[in-house]
Every structure is written in structure tokens, then in C-alpha cells.
Design a protein around this ligand. Sequence first.
Ligand code: FES
Length: 102
Amino acid sequence: MNTLDLSQTPIAADGTFEVQLQKSGQILQVTKDQSILKVLQDAGHDVPFSCSEGICGTCLTKVVAGTPDHWDMYLTPEEQEKGDCIMVCCSRSQTARLVLDL
Ligand code: FES
């Protein structure tokens, strides 16, 4: 399956999804118990963050493909609906893969 397919496929029943980093092509697995931010940090990526609760907007990251599952309180409903950015500290994915502009 290519990137496009996975970014249009609903998330797995166990809540696991993949994050692909656009610039390097690196693919990381995010399990149900992990935040995207934690997975990025564990992989050595220095993503700016502050509150870790979806309030401050510091961790805003652009989404290239896939559909975010927004859990933050920072984006407006219209911005959430647009789906072109995500708060990686708390939000998740509705699709099996999210491609981020990182
Ligand atoms: S770190 Fe504050 S919204 Fe993500």
C-alpha cells in the first residue's frame, strides 16, 4: 500500500497509526498509549512544545496527508475541520497514516 492509500484508510481497531515525516520519509508507529509528540521525541526530533495539553498551540504541525483526530482546544472548529494542521501533543489520527510536514 502506498502513502496515499494509508492516509485514506481508517485507523486500525487497536488505535495504532503511523506518522510519516515528509522531509526524511521516516515512518514512526504511534500506539494507543503514546502521543505523537512522545514518539517524535523518542525518535530524536526536537518538536517545540509547552503545555502538552492542547491549549497553547506551540506544537502546531502542518499535516500533508491523512486526517487528524483533533483533541486540542486551540484550533477553531473551522480549522479542525480543514485538517491541515495538528497539535501533536494530544491529537491523534483518523487514518492509518498521517504525513506531517517535518
Ligand atoms: S504543547 Fe501546547 S498545544 Fe501542544
